[in-house]
Design a protein around this ligand. Structure first.
Ligand SMILES: Nc1ncnc2c1ncn2[C@@H]1O[C@H](COP(=O)(O)OP(=O)(O)OP(=O)(O)O)[C@@H](O)[C@H]1O
Length: 757
């Protein structure tokens, strides 16, 4: 080691020691504070005077808030002790000539004079580390763009509080840290990448929040990982505006949620909502139902079994997710709302309190923005209020009216039996009238309100989508008779089985939102959708309307759009029709997951799709060539799979055997267990997790996941050249980090026949 490097090591060791000491001091101080706060709170409760407790309450609140902050720092400081930072940057700003040495980590720590001991990776200045080459660099600060001279960029390997190594990055050096990170094995959880975020990823993480953002990124470009870092970034940057529970991640399934579950806590962020679309819809719709497994249709389509309705089924799935359905619902609601208000004035007997025209105006115009049944509630409140204002007056005037007549007779007529009878009659009539008025007034508002429709959500849904005449009146010539018939039968059967498609759920949820409103108020302001290419336009539109926000981050890859028969086909569709052209669009083409050899093969496959998307560019990481073999009989394929598993099982943490369908996975499990591999687990969509080890997984379920080694098997199923099969194949090939084996019956993987001799 050169003298200079030795000196630098010494300096860094001392600095690390100092930082860890300082962290420990803070941890100890925090522990003391925590104990003090607890006893302060206890004291405050003990001193609580029920008559005049304001001071004690204030004490409790102040101390609880402080306690919260102390606890928050305490946890992150404790985590930071083993590895307080991962990088250092030295910068010179224009304002001062002094060199500033900044250490970047996953938490921030300050000295008493407010100078940083550790700079949080999310702070504006830390952006320089991710974006900047040595020399003049700019970054966005709260006060505007700043320019600094980046003099040094250093990366550390620190483990258990010990400095193991550091590397300085100059203009030409490869990112050795990134290389090392990518060499690691995959387990069953995604990891944080705070120390190795790349410049193009940093741009996505820090892209403005106010506009919707769409990220089209190739397989393995870090979309899922970045989505989570973006949330952590915003929670830090807008600490005073957003709470973690203002954020929601919508993921494809529970397996996936589990797979990503460690990243945010690792970044010091807890309590972000993480859910699946189905779960969210259950919450919106407010009652239990069965959801048709989306893979069922997928299985029907990929197994290519002759089914005369495949074309109609494809049409139906795509139609149900289209914005056309939203237009139909909007038109339907426009029609039903016209006849919602009773054709009757709000009146206490002959006394009109509010004219029907005014109630109608209130319903249609004044309350326009809110759901129909919520409008009824508002009208009820309004009528109650207005009736309260005039009720006494009506009674008084009625009484006066009678009294005037009585007085008139008394004044004008001589006493006689006839006069007496008249007076008795009038007095009785008055008392009777007043009594009926009083009686009617007790239930007047309620009775009027019962004249508004009281239809159930599912009856509206049924009316609109199963009644062919109703449907016809809204779709006009857009659908053929056959399509209307098919749709209405499909929905009828779904209702009777109480089993719905994902698309039906967005339809029902959207109808509920517009007609009834939801039970809960949601605090969600920012929605992050991963694997967004699998969503239908209606699904995204419904979420936007229901959460009433534009702050969406959609991440996806159209090349992996295996549900394109029912989902988004182009991002333009989303930008133009859902977010009104105000969307930011970014692309990621660098792929970090797989080796060059594997990515080249996957690219050869996806090129055949000709969807004009950028091909993935793998980072410079070489590995073994994919092993591709085809055989004439099934036993040979199974034997080859078995041999490969035996060969690699001790070297890797996670190995997946990917088959096209679930059925083939089950078949292979049986065959491999005959050979002694009895522990293999077949993954299905209901599963919440899979441990590391060897698993069998259908191609469509492998999406989003990754494994050290992948064995792709095509024994009974074929991967043809159609778009769906090419995408499924691409998804399967791009799941592997290090090794790829492809074993098939000869000719079963058409795309490979054409790329390999
Ligand atoms: N900057 C980075 N540093 C280290 N590892 C990275 C980086 N970016 C991505 N990775 C790794 O690359 C792999 C792929 O990341 P991720 O799963 O987030 O990509 P993706 O775009 O969502 O993939 P896909 O669309 O194929 O599911 C992960 O193992 C992730 O840790």
């Amino acid at each position: 080691m050169s003298k200079n490097k030795e000196e630098a090591y010494q300096e860094e060791r001392e600095r690390l020691e100092y930082t860890i000491d300082y962290l420990i001091q803070n941890i100890n101080a925090t522990e003391d504070y925590k104990n003090n706060f607890k006893s302060n709170i206890k004291e405050a409760y003990e001193n609580l005077d029920p008559q005049d407790s304001s001071q004690s309450y204030i004490n409790i609140i102040i101390n609880s808030n402080l306690l919260e902050t102390a606890i928050k720092n305490y946890t992150s400081y404790k985590k930071a002790v083993k590895k307080p930072y991962f990088a250092r940057i030295d910068i010179k700003s224009e304002a001062s000539d002094e060199l500033e040495k900044l250490y970047i980590g996953k938490t921030s720590l300050f000295k008493e004079d407010n100078s940083p001991v550790i700079l949080d990776w999310r702070s504006p200045l830390a952006s320089v580390y991710y974006d900047g080459r040595l020399g003049e660099v700019t970054y966005d600060s709260p006060g505007g763009e700043e320019i600094v001279d980046l003099v040094l960029k250093r990366q550390f390997t620190i483990a258990e509080g010990e400095l193991e190594n550091f590397v300085d990055i100059d203009i030409t050096a490869n990112d050795a840290f990134l290389q090392a990170a990518l060499e690691e094995n995959a387990d069953d959880r995604l990891k944080d990448i705070a120390s190795t975020i790349q410049a193009e990823q940093n741009k996505v993480i820090r892209a403005e929040l106010k506009n919707p953002l769409i990220v089209q990124g190739v397989a393995g470009s870090g979309k899922t990982t970045i989505a989570l870092h973006r949330i952590a970034y915003f929670i830090y940057t807008y600490e005073n505006i957003f709470d973690p529970d203002n954020f929601m991640i919508i993921a494809p399934n529970k397996l996936f949620i589990n797979y990503i579950s460690e990243v945010l806590p690792e970044l010091g962020v807890e309590d972000v909502n993480q859910t699946t679309f189905t779960e969210l819809m259950e919450d919106f719709i407010g009652f239990k139902f069965k959801v048709k497994n989306p893979f069922e249709d997928m299985e029907t389509l990929i197994q290519n079994k002759t089914n005369e309705n495949v074309d109609l089924l494809k049409w139906l799935l795509s139609f149900k997710g289209s914005l056309k359905v939203k237009d139909i619902i909007d038109d339907y609601i426009s029609t039903i709302k016209e006849t919602f208000v009773p054709d009757e004035d709000f009146a206490l007997q002959e006394n009109i309190i509010v004219k029907k025209e005014n109630i109608k105006r209130m319903f249609l115009v004044d309350l326009e923005g809110i759901p129909l049944y919520k409008r009824v509630e508002e009208i009820k409140k309004n009528l109650k209020y207005r009736f309260g204002l005039v009720k006494k007056q009506i009674l008084r005037e009625t009484e006066n009216e009678f009294d005037r007549k009585i007085q008139h007779i008394r004044n004008k007529e001589f006493e006689s039996e006839e006069r007496r009878l008249k007076l008795v009659e009038l007095i009785n009539a008055r008392d009777e009238k007043l009594e009926t008025l009083r009686k009617d007034s007790t239930s007047l508002v309620r009775k009027y309100i019962t004249k508004f429709p009281k239809t159930k959500l599912m009856d509206y849904y049924k009316d609109l989508f199963t009644n062919k005449e109703t449907l016809m009146s809204y779709v006009g010539n857009d659908l053929s008779k056959e399509q209307i018939e098919y749709l209405s039968n499909y929905v009828k059967s779904a209702i009777s089985k109480k089993t719905f498609d994902l698309e039906d759920l967005s339809t029902i949820a959207y109808m509920r939102h517009k007609i009834f409103g939801l039970d809960k108020k949601y605090s969600i302001k920012n929605v992050v959708i991963d694997e967004a290419q699998d969503y239908s336009p209606l699904q995204i539109y419904a979420l936007k309307q229901i959460f009433n926000t534009n702050m969406f981050t959609l991440l996806g890859d159209l090349s992996q759009g295996i549900y394109s028969y029912r989902a988004i086909n182009t991002w333009d569709e989303v930008m133009n029709n859902i977010f009104d052209n105000k969307t930011d669009y970014m692309t990621l083409v660098q792929s970090y997951r797989t080796t060059i050899e594997i990515m080249e093969l996957a690219n050869d496959v996806i090129k055949k799709l000709d969807n004009q998307l950028d091909l993935a560019k793998p980072v410079i990481r070489h590995g073994k060539k994919p092993e591709i073999e085809s055989f004439d009989n099934e036993n040979e394929v199974i034997e080859a799979i078995y041999q490969s598993i035996e060969e690699i099982k001790d070297n890797y943490t996670s190995i997946a055997v990917i088959c096209k369908s679930a059925e083939e996975c089950m078949y292979l499990k049986k065959e491999l267990s005959k050979k002694g591999l009895t522990e293999l687990q077949v993954i299905d969509e209901s599963q919440e997790n899979y441990g590391a080890g060897i698993i069998l997984v259908p191609s469509y379920l492998a999406k989003g996941l990754e494994f050290d080694a992948v064995i792709l098997a095509a024994i009974k199923e074929r991967f043809t050249m159609n778009a769906l099969d090419l995408k499924l194949l691409y998804v399967a090939l791009t799941r592997s980090l290090h090794r790829l084996f492809i074993y098939s019956i000869r000719g079963n993987i058409e795309a490979l026949n054409q790329t390999t001799p």
